[in-house]
Design a protein around this ligand. Structure first.
Ligand code: AMP
Length: 288
């Protein structure tokens, strides 16, 4: 049975009851409008922990753009259905007042990792993410928390925060999930017209080509970046914000691609901002 909670007290009570039974607690933090990407996280949590908590909260403090926050989908009924179908034990869908009261004076800031890529374009975004994730960790006290590699910078930042602040939680990365046409699954995709979606497919195409080039032995980061920029620039409706070729954990830009690389991009398609990436953990030897 899937329980529904809207208050911190209800979550604490349910989680503590689960712990008394000896259950391990898995937390899947989301902003709702659940899709195949979220489902993959829920399934990993279901397979690895006995008590699965999914939070559904459109966190206002991580939005740097009021129109993006206003347009963010909030289909709570459909989300509850998905959570039930996937066997979640508890859905936590708090109000803004429940999460922040009237004075969110404390924020969590991870330096360094948040200054580049999305952090450079979205002031305050990662402080909002870290603050809400820290709160969710303290509310649900999970043993394992599930985060998608789709949001690669977020994953690196949250892992750093959890380590630095000694949260007793394992951060479990989950692979990026794509729709059948290649577009990275995202709650924001619902806002794309058919035409915009067709244009947006250049993003995953460019990243797939980058992967092939690296697997075939390309080692020069600037060459990889320039090729992706070339593909994206050639599509009228796309406005790339950045293309980054970095170390997946430190997010330091790479000059030469060695054994691990994250190639990440953010692109505006009209009013919709999309992110996507390709992650290679073991780059084959050049010429191998
Ligand atoms: P969001 O609701 O967009 O804040 O995402 C909640 C969680 O789902 C985050 O950990 C995301 O990285 C993850 N997620 C979102 N989209 C995908 C995807 N296409 N593949 C894998 N994980 C995803």
């Amino acid at each position: 049975m899937t329980q529904m909670a809207t208050t911190v007290g209800e979550v604490r009570e349910a989680v503590r009851a689960a712990r008394r039974r000896g259950d391990r607690v898995g937390l899947v933090p989301t902003m709702g409008a659940l899709h195949a990407g979220h489902v993959s996280l829920l399934r990993a949590a279901r397979a690895e922990t006995e008590f699965v908590v999914v939070s559904v909260f459109v966190n206002p403090t991580q939005f740097d753009d009021a129109s993006d926050l206003g347009a963010y989908p909030r289909p709570l009924e459909a989300d509850l259905r998905v959570a039930r179908e996937e066997g979640a034990d508890l859905v936590f869908a708090p109000s803004e007042a429940e999460m922040y009261g009237d004075a969110p004076w404390t924020t969590v800031h991870v330096a360094g990792l948040t200054e580049s890529m999305c952090g450079a374009r979205r002031p305050g975004h990662f402080d909002g993410v870290c603050t809400v994730v820290a709160k969710l960790f303290n509310i649900a006290e999970p043993d394992v928390a599930y985060f998608g590699e789709k949001d690669a910078q977020q994953l690196a930042v949250v892992a750093r925060m959890a380590a630095d602040l000694n949260f007793p939680v394992r951060i479990r990365p989950c692979p990026l999930v794509r729709d059948a046409d290649g577009l990275a699954a995202s709650s924001r995709n619902a806002r794309l017209s058919a035409e915009a979606r067709a244009e947006a497919l250049a993003i995953s195409r460019a990243l797939a080509t980058a992967r092939e080039r690296i697997e075939a032995g390309e080692r020069d980061a600037a060459t990889v970046r320039a090729e992706i920029e070339g593909v994206l620039d050639a599509v009228d409706g796309l406005e790339p914000e950045y293309v980054a070729v970095v170390d997946p954990d430190t997010l330091e830009p790479l000059a030469r691609i060695e054994d691990r690389v994250l190639v990440a991009t953010a692109v505006r398609v009209g009013k919709v901002r999309l992110i996507d990436n390709c992650l290679l953990r073991e780059v084959p030897e050049a010429g191998a």
